[in-house]
Every structure is written in structure tokens, then in C-alpha cells.
Design a protein around this ligand. Structure first.
Ligand code: GLN
Length: 334
């Protein structure tokens, strides 16, 4: 384990951070409340290998909310909970070519196009099973008296399961920024419109407001750049956490998630990203990006200024640089 440190890797990360830090274009996410509370000059970079070695540089202890970076991890948890076939009935796996918060559904099927856009993430969120079947071996399907728990209780358990799952990916107990979560649940009219649209097309089983609330909590989980690099490394390690050795998700769930990240992870910039950088990735509007080199490492960057697609400007540059310098493009010749 090594954070910061004086190794050649940490020195290299510091250099990349410094070089890319000169670009101050882009702006803070307009959708997040009080953008003024984030210092736009913050930036950090981290790398975690499957054997658990960690390297990082910059503001590596700064906490920010996961936002859309939560989407691939919750998708992976849902795959293990209810199976990919069930998920495929209600969420597709095609790039949308549209903004992440577009009110759009796949023609013909009425499903959201993929789980990396908000419409797909809202559906995926409510598929996560509220029964904690891992610890109880499925014996708590009903509470002691044979009753299904109330809908509010199911939602509470689902959020707890998601937070526990995200924490298992990160190898530490994560917390929710409750104030931000409440704000999202009350004032995110755009996502409420998406949730209502999904409900009217019968792809959302639960109540739109309840799902919005849970999804908003999921987006408001606080992480550092090192946390999300460790989470990415768990996907790179086919579902096994490199730090704890715990199996967080199945091999199959990790592979499916990486495939969807490769084609849909960078919103409407996904095709260009795959061609130029060649790493399955996911970004979030608070300024984080994760990248996964299967079998080799998890990478993460943080820098809050965003481009028009909602991706971190400096983050994209840092990934471009890493991909180029270290020959990380998945389609490159060995
Ligand atoms: N909470 C944000 C939303 O749902 C997350 C979007 C993002 O990071 N792109 O709009």
C-alpha cells in the first residue's frame, strides 16, 4: 500500500497532474447545488493494481460525491441480485448518443437505452434487491410474521444494500452527503420527469418519487479519488477487491459492466473516448472519472471543471496522457 509516496509511479502521476492542471477551461456542474462550495483548483489522480498497490497524487483525500460514477457499480450489484436477463427486459445496452439526462427510451421496447444514462440508472437502482440475501441466505424474504416489508422499508433496505455494496467495492465504509441527497430528492425536477416517464411506460415498478429519493442518495455517496480507483480496481480484478480479497460481484457482472462502460460510460462522448483513449470508463458531474484496464489496474481522476458533455476537462486530458504514455489503449498491439 502506498499513497502519495516517492516512487517513480507517484512521481509520474504528480507530473501528469501538474501538466494537465494548467487547463482551466470548462465550468462546474450547474446541476449540483452551491457549485461555489467546490474549489475548481482541486485535482487528484490515483492508480490501484489488482495486488492492492495504491499510488496517488494531488488532493487525494478530498471528498466529493460519486454522482454518475455510482451507476456501473450499482448495475453490477443489480446483475448479481436479479440476473442479467431480468435487467435486460427493462434496461438496454446500447449507447444513446444523447445527453445523460435526456428523456428518451428505446423505440420498440420502451426501455432506457443503457444503465449509464439517468433513465437507465433509475431503473437499475430500483432493481437492486432489498433483501440482504448474502448475509441471510434468502431467509428474510418476509419479515417474521410472513408480511412483505412496507414499500418505505424496502426502499430503506435497498439504499442500505447499495451503500454496503459501494463500500465493499471501496474497501471502507462510505457515507452519504445527506444534505445533497435531500436536495436532489426534492428539487431534481429533470430526474423526476424521467422517473415519471419511466413509470408511464411501465418500466419502473416502484413509485417515481421513492426511486428518485434512493437514486439521489446513491449519487450523493462521498468518495476520494483513491476510493474510486480502488472501486475501479475491483472491476479490473473481475469482482474481487484487491485490498480485502472479498468477492464483491461475480466475474460475469464485472465483465458485463465493463462492456457497457466501454460503449456508454462517457455519455455522448463515448465513441470518441473509446477511439482516442481506449479504456472502459465512467465519469460523474462532480468531476471524477474512473478507468478500468481489465486484469491490470483501476485508475481515477478528479478535477471539477466540466466540458459540454459533462466530463471533467482535466480528467479527460489526464486519461489521454496516461493512455498515450503507458500504452493503455485496449485495442493497441501488445
Ligand atoms: N445526480 C446526477 C444526475 O442524476 C448525476 C449525473 C452525472 O453525474 N452525470 O443528474
Amino acid at each position: 500500500q502506498q499513497a502519495e509516496g516517492s516512487s517513480a509511479v507517484a512521481r509520474y502521476l504528480r507530473q501528469v497532474l501538474q501538466d494537465c492542471g494548467e487547463d482551466t477551461s470548462g465550468s462546474l456542474a450547474a446541476d449540483l447545488p452551491a457549485p461555489g462550495s467546490t474549489d475548481p483548483a482541486l485535482h487528484a489522480l490515483a492508480l490501484v493494481t489488482p495486488d492492492g498497490a495504491e499510488y496517488s497524487a494531488g488532493d487525494n483525500e478530498h471528498l466529493f460525491t460519486m454522482q454518475s460514477i455510482s451507476k456501473p457499480f450499482v448495475y453490477a450489484l443489480a446483475i448479481d441480485d436479479v440476473g442479467l436477463d431480468r435487467i435486460n427486459e427493462v434496461v438496454g445496452q446500447e449507447p444513446s448518443g444523447e445527453a445523460f439526462n435526456e428523456l428518451s427510451l428505446e423505440g420498440g421496447t420502451g426501455r432506457p437505452l443503457n444503465p449509464m444514462i439517468n433513465a437507465g440508472a433509475l431503473v437499475t437502482h430500483q432493481l437492486v434487491d432489498y433483501r440482504d440475501h448474502r448475509s441471510h441466505e434468502g431467509d428474510d424474504q418476509h419479515d417474521g410474521d410472513g408480511q412483505e416489508p412496507s414499500s418505505a422499508e424496502q426502499a430503506r433496505r435497498r439504499s442500505a444494500r447499495i451503500l454496503a455494496g459501494l463500500s465493499a467495492f471501496a474497501a471502507r465504509q462510505l457515507q452519504v452527503d445527506q444534505e445533497l441527497a435531500e436536495h436532489g430528492a426534492r428539487q431534481d425536477y429533470r430526474n423526476l420527469a424521467i422517473a415519471n416517464m419511466l413509470k408511464s411506460h411501465q418500466v419502473l415498478a416502484r413509485e417515481p418519487l421513492e426511486v428518485l429519493h434512493g437514486y439521489s442518495e446513491q449519487c450523493s455517496v462521498l468518495v476520494t479519488v483513491q476510493d474510486i480507483a480502488r472501486m475501479a480496481a475491483t472491476l479490473a480484478n473481475h469482482g474481487l477487491n484487491p485490498d480485502t480479497g472479498q468477492r464483491v460481484v461475480s466475474d460475469h457482472a464485472a465483465r458485463q459492466t465493463l462492456s457497457v462502460m466501454a460503449t456508454c460510460g462517457m455519455y455522448d462522448g463515448s465513441g470518441r473516448w473509446l477511439a482516442q483513449i481506449g479504456i472502459p470508463a465512467k465519469s460523474g458531474i462532480s468531476g471524477g472519472i474512473i478507468g478500468v484496464l481489465p486484469g491490470r489496474m483501476g485508475l481515477a481522476s478528479f478535477a471539477p471543471r466540466l466540458d459540454e458533455e459533462g466530463n471533467s476537462v482535466q480528467g479527460v486530458e489526464m486519461f489521454q496522457r496516461l493512455s498515450h504514455d503507458l500504452d493503455f489503449h485496449l485495442m493497441a498491439r501488445e
